[in-house]
Design a protein around this ligand. Structure first.
Ligand SMILES: Nc1ncnc2c1ncn2[C@@H]1O[C@H](COP(=O)(O)OP(=O)(O)OP(=O)(O)O)[C@@H](O)[C@H]1O
Ligand SMILES: [Mg+2]
Length: 264
């Protein structure tokens, strides 16, 4: 089922962050949201996952307005990793990931062998099996981030939304997490939406980029189509030179304030 928004206006109190947003997230693809700090990426992502109510407009999953369904019903279709998740620190890795199975639990269907299998799959996919009994409070920032990703995996949804999932990760794990998301997309046909600040990684991993600026969608499309020096200047307010990445052939952006600073 594809996720889309219709005339979505979002904000807090009477402060409008985004106005009349109409986006369709391409199914079975990786979409990456980019834009400067405070432009509304997290606000949009949370609303698309039913965590925030819009001021006006709708979010559709297939033909269904997600605000007309229960959060548990939507949680079987769509998982979200928010920007700064928090968990009780005495919880173990296994027990936090286990919470991803919550939408499937009820008084007549308790914890099953299948749930156990899925949590083990999530542990394995994120390389956490060996520390599954550790407490969350005893983990590094990057390990914690992988536990949250594992929890969204355990939810076994077709669509996964992740707000800056590579936060706190070193260069190796950053690539591992993005490769993991790509493999979920390619081999399990999951639709993935990621908020990412690194424009070069966005170009490498995205099928579709949505750039946000001044409360609106500034542009969207394939990285090669839309990532230009003009977009980087308008959206981020910085000069750049776009070249082709020698390895992946995707756009690669070299940013600078002032070339006069360089002595060469
Ligand atoms: N709970 C809130 N109450 C009031 N204003 C908020 C709240 N959350 C966010 N905002 C404001 O809404 C705007 C958009 O915030 P949002 O978190 O969506 O930005 P963002 O694009 O995700 O930024 P970043 O890249 O820094 O994560 C900002 O001006 C922010 O100050
Ligand atoms: Mg944010």
């Amino acid at each position: 089922m594809s996720l889309s928004s219709k005339d979505l206006t979002l904000g807090y109190g009477d402060y409008i962050v985004l106005k009349d947003i109409n986006v369709t997230i391409p199914k079975n693809k990786i979409t990456i949201l980019v834009g400067s700090n405070g432009c509304g990426k997290s606000t949009l992502l949370k609303t698309m996952a039913r965590l925030l109510k819009p001021m006006s407009g709708k979010v559709f999953l297939g033909n269904v307005n997600i605000f007309e369904k229960s959060s548990k019903e939507i949680a079987k279709e769509l998982a979200i990793l928010t920007q700064s998740p928090t968990a009780p620190s005495d919880l173990t890795v296994f027990n936090l990931i286990k919470q991803g199975r919550y939408p499937y639990q009820s008084w007549f269907s308790q914890w099953s062998k299948e749930d156990e299998k899925i949590v083990n799959y999530a542990l394995e996919k994120t390389g956490l099996t060996h520390i599954q009994h550790k407490k969350i409070s005893d983990l590094s920032g990057g390990q914690k981030q992988r536990v949250w990703i594992a929890m969204t995996l355990a939810q076994q949804t077709d669509t996964i939304l992740l707000d800056e999932p590579t936060n706190h990760l070193d260069i190796k794990y950053k690539i591992e997490v993005l490769d993991l998301l790509r493999s979920l997309n390619q081999y399990e046909q999951r639709t993935i939406v990621i908020v990412l600040h690194d424009i070069n990684l966005a170009c490498r991993y995205a099928d579709h980029i949505i750039a946000i600026k001044d409360g609106k969608v500034y542009g969207e499309g394939e990285p090669k189509e839309i990532i230009t020096e003009g977009l980087i200047k308008d959206v981020f307010g910085i000069n750049s030179k776009i070249i082709e990445c020698p390895l992946f052939k995707t756009p690669m952006c070299i940013t600078y304030q002032n070339l006069d600073m360089i002595s060469c």
